[in-house]
Design a protein around this ligand. Sequence first.
Ligand code: C5P
Length: 214
Amino acid sequence: MVAVDGPSGSGKSTVSRRLATLIDGIYLDTGAMYRAITWAVLQSGADLADPEAILKVAQEVDLSIGTDPKAPHFEANGTDVDAAIRGPEVTGAVSAVAAVPQVRAMLVQIQQDIIAGAPRIVVEGRDIASVVAPDADLKVYLTASAAARAARRSAEDATDVKATEADLARRDKLDSSRKTDPLKQASDATELDTTGMGIDDVVTRLLEMLNSKV
Ligand code: C5P
């Protein structure tokens, strides 16, 4: 089991999906889980400043979590949310939803159940090595300079680089400063700064690290 953590835009998703495919395993995008809950919260009209209202939606939503690294498809309440969870409304609200401790506890439990049933799995997020799977075979903390992260994200979704950089900084600040399970590097995770590295280089490096551990 491989845990890949790091800030927004550090390349976690692309790299984790490639790695999962290469080891013939499955892939869990925990950020997509928080995003899908956020989509349901926005749909319900619940107040983002009301943790109890957020939790109620989270408890009631019927979430379908795709773990195929080639096409991780998500549904919430029977609706395909793959596009909507990447949109600006969800991206703007997700950190508030992810800061609710009971929502985190609920999703962490689901993540741990999925991991328990699938030893060959690559899981990406913010708190995987520190909270969800402290016993992971490999724990990697991916970083990249703020400029490199913004350039990658804006190339992916064709948005303005400066606006993307500001949005990433805003989310990193919220995610690192929240009380419950903040974004942080686990003490036993290996940091890999991917600034200037291509995807293939990063994946090769992770495969080497994994092979030396298992
Ligand atoms: O990885 P992604 O950018 O899709 O994550 C969206 C948001 O979900 C993050 O900004 C963070 O607030 C939250 N998140 C989290 N814990 C995780 C994964 C994501 O709090 N394990």
